[in-house]
Design a protein. Sequence first.
Length: 411
Amino acid sequence: MDVVLDIKQDLKLVLTQEMKLSLNILEMSLYDLERYLIKATEINPLIDVEFSNNYGKKYSSDDEEFSPLDLAHKEESLIDYLEEQIGYLKIDKKTEFLCKYIINNLDKKGYLTLSKKEIKDLTKFSIKDVEKALEIVKNLEPVGIGASNLEECLIIQLHKKNINDIVLENLIKYFLKELSEKRYGEISEKLKISENKIKNYLEVIRKLNPIPARGFYMGDVTNYIAPEAEIKMVDGEYQVVMLNENIPKIKIKEIENRENKTFYNSAVSLVNFIEKRRETLKKILEILLERQYSFFSEENGKLKTFTSKELSEILKLHQSTVSRAIKNKYVLTEKGIMRIKDLFVLNDTKEIVYSLIEELILEEDRKKPYTDQEIADYIKGQKIDIARRTIAKYREELGIKSASKRKIKII
């Protein structure tokens, strides 16, 4: 009797908590990293973090006078807050795009100064589509956002409070200047209401917010873009120089007793993860510089075909790791501040689809991940005709699990 021994080896990658944290830190933008480290100082008493603001001033989380307000330029902007709310809504990609377009065109008060027709002409969508998106924006918090002027802003707030008074609305629409100048007699005569009634209305108006953006950062979006490296001429050739001054620095306090050993190990790991993030980013940029050297060295240099897949093969990293490492990262060049991902040039449709799949899945809601059909529908919206089964095939080639296996189960 022949005995056949059939051994099947099932290899599984089990991510430890440390590995997960390392990958998360790799993916973080500088803004996200700073917010994460602020929270870390609240949990781990051995961690002291030194930050720097846009003006080069240093702040230590261990200073008695340290306040999160010192980093106010990094705090959540109104745009962040509104786009986060949009992310929770079940709306199609076209409407989502228009909503974000509107949000990114609000002025510093939170008003929309573009007309519907201007938005239609600029985006090439229909007036109906624009009106639908604008109505969604006007229903976001803070109330009054997206109004075209002060009068509309105040009336939106009235309706939100279920106050539907046509006289009060007319007072707001046509007599705000007279109200500010206390010309109550003139208003009384024109609206046929008593001065006492006008003063009562004025008390209602005073409880409304004339500037819905108040309390949120509304400066230039470029204040959020802090390059982590620079590609510049050094000793006659272009080199990658890491801008370490932009990256928060962690100092570990001395151990006082054994109980602090866990905190100490955690702090050491955090330092190592941030250094690994820096080293990985530098390696990526050095390879990009080598492949795209003529782009940086020549005045009219063009980017050459080079994909994240090729780079991942050179570095012997998974393609998803490369995607994480370059996500929301910027590099300073003689041609301005550039997104690192823009230094890649895809050479065919398959590579473009690969990139779109990864981008979507990296940013999806893990409680409700995208199905292959939803991904296919999105990519078709990018003028690429593709079938669901092709998406499934490419997803598997990228080593990405199906939607059901990516979903986080809430217990």
